[in-house]
Write a protein that binds this ligand. Structure first.
Ligand code: SF4
Length: 457
């Protein structure tokens, strides 16, 4: 465990992006609309042989957890889901009409919300719609997020039979008091049963999601949770920092902040997770993920081949990512696009024959360069000086000399080691990697009317 003082932590605990994209969403343009999106899709249509990553957002949940930061919609009616799937099907038809033909997919991800809120018939329908438009590569990562509370043995078997080969189980914390504090009661026995069923069904990868910094978490409770997770032995673990943003997320106003660990304690909890998982044979991946030492993701990270997109870390990314459903984000032909996050607006746009895009951005060459630098650092914890993009044909020191000057204090602080051909992020620097990346961000500080970012810790 790294010993750092509270003063040190305060100095670097700054609000900043998690860099799931660069430029980050708050700086995308509301004027980037359907015409621009269609243009990007047409570019894709000219690259027929290129494989795609495909994301589908399935926002429904039975109830809203207090801590939730996702774009989720509560419903109890199957018909609401059917009506949504009608619109997603229509959206896919419109988009694929422009893209043309059946496309090859190397990554397919259903996120939410709670994708397994769908009935088997609804899941079959959704999968069938995708199969009509995409040929799913036999080696594709076909992943789904699962809420164990509403899963059953029969449902998991069905999901596997559809073609999914990866599952992520939402656990967050095993402690009952914490579960009560976040409005998500999930008996441990039930989680274990669903986990074991996933194993029996032969998924290539069974992963779990944890959250640290939740109300009610203490060193004692978290130690128990970590112990139980390690005992389960998932292939990969995502250990997310809880971002408390009650002004942007009304449901989080139900979180009793008096029970929330402060950021010093939160930092300690995260370090407990790192130590626990590393001692149990996992590699620490990127900022907050862990994978078994022999998992292909851990191997890719050691070989600096890891990538990251809106679906998370991946080793088999397509150049272009196409996304469907409310709030979903696509990334294609050097453009980002985002759909409307309000269910009613999303559906209305589709009913009117419009694509439901609300913002986007066409990346400049400078954006592409900085994106490459930031993504590579976030994934592979190094900045090779020869990391170039084709159009520039020059090295990082030639292209970004001011930025390299600005990271000097981080070198002196011990966040970065200097090697002849690159900067390497140290163990201490991993905790503050967002701070380092922020020095390469050309947009931070510019005015935006959208909610900004959570703090580093
Ligand atoms: S945390 Fe998951 S299950 Fe809970 S409301 Fe959010 S998306 Fe739904």
């Amino acid at each position: 465990m790294i010993a750092i003082s509270n003063d040190f932590l305060d100095r670097y605990n700054r609000a900043g992006p998690r860099y799931t994209s660069y430029p980050t969403v708050p700086y995308w343009d509301n004027a980037f609309g359907e015409a621009e999106y269609r243009q990007a899709l047409q570019t894709l249509s000219q690259r027929n042989d290129d494989a795609l990553s495909v994301y589908v957002h399935l926002p429904f949940c039975a109830q809203r957890c207090h801590y939730c930061g996702c774009n989720a919609t509560v419903t109890t009616h199957e018909s609401v889901v059917d009506a949504y799937l009608d619109r997603v099907e229509r959206e896919i038809d419109i988009v694929m009409d422009v893209v043309g033909g059946t496309r090859h997919a190397v990554q397919l991800h259903w996120g939410g919300g709670t994708p397994n809120f769908l009935t088997n018939a609804q899941m079959q329908r959704m999968y069938g719609i995708l199969e009509r438009h995409f040929t799913i590569d036999p080696r594709a990562e076909v992943a789904i997020e699962i809420d164990p509370r509403i899963a059953s043995r029969e449902q998991i078997q069905f999901i596997r039979s559809l073609g999914f080969n990866r599952v992520s189980l939402g656990i967050q914390d095993f402690d009952v008091m914490v579960q009560e504090a976040i409005g998500r009661i999930q008996p441990e026995a039930l989680t274990r049963e669903i986990y074991n069923t996933c194993r029996e069904c032969g998924f290539d990868s069974v992963n779990v999601d944890l959250v640290y910094g939740l109300p009610g978490q203490t060193r004692v409770t978290f130690e128990r949770t970590l112990h139980n997770i390690i005992e389960l032995s998932p292939d990969r673990i995502a250990c997310f920092s809880y971002a408390h943003l009650p002004n942007a997320r009304a449901n989080q106003r139900r979180v009793d902040v008096t029970f929330m660990p402060d950021h010093y304690e939160k930092f300690h909890l995260f370090q407990m997770a790192i130590d626990g998982f590393i001692n149990a044979g996992y590699d620490w991946i990127g900022m907050d993920h862990f994978a078994r030492h022999d998992d292909e993701m851990a191997v890719a990270a050691r070989e600096c081949r890891l990538h990251r997109n809106f679906m998370g870390y991946t080793i088999r990314p397509a150049t272009d990512q196409i996304a469907f459903g409310m709030s979903s984000i696509g990334d294609m032909a050097h453009c980002f696009v985002q759909n409307d996050a309000k269910l009613g607006n999303y559906q209305k746009a589709i009913d009117e024959g419009r694509l439901p895009i609300v913002r986007g951005m066409r990346l400049s060459d400078d954006d592409m360069l900085r994106r490459r630098v930031i993504t590579h650092m976030m994934c592979n914890l190094e900045l090779p000086y020869n990391l170039t993009i084709a159009d520039f044909g020059a090295s990082v020191p030639e292209l970004l000399p001011d930025e390299l000057e600005r990271v000097q204090p981080y070198i002196e602080e011990g966040f970065l080691d200097v090697e002849p051909d690159r900067l390497v992020v140290t163990t201490l620097g991993r905790f503050f990697i967002r701070n380092v990346c922020m020095e390469f961000d050309a947009y931070l500080g510019q005015q935006t009317d959208r909610p900004l970012f959570s703090k580093t810790i």
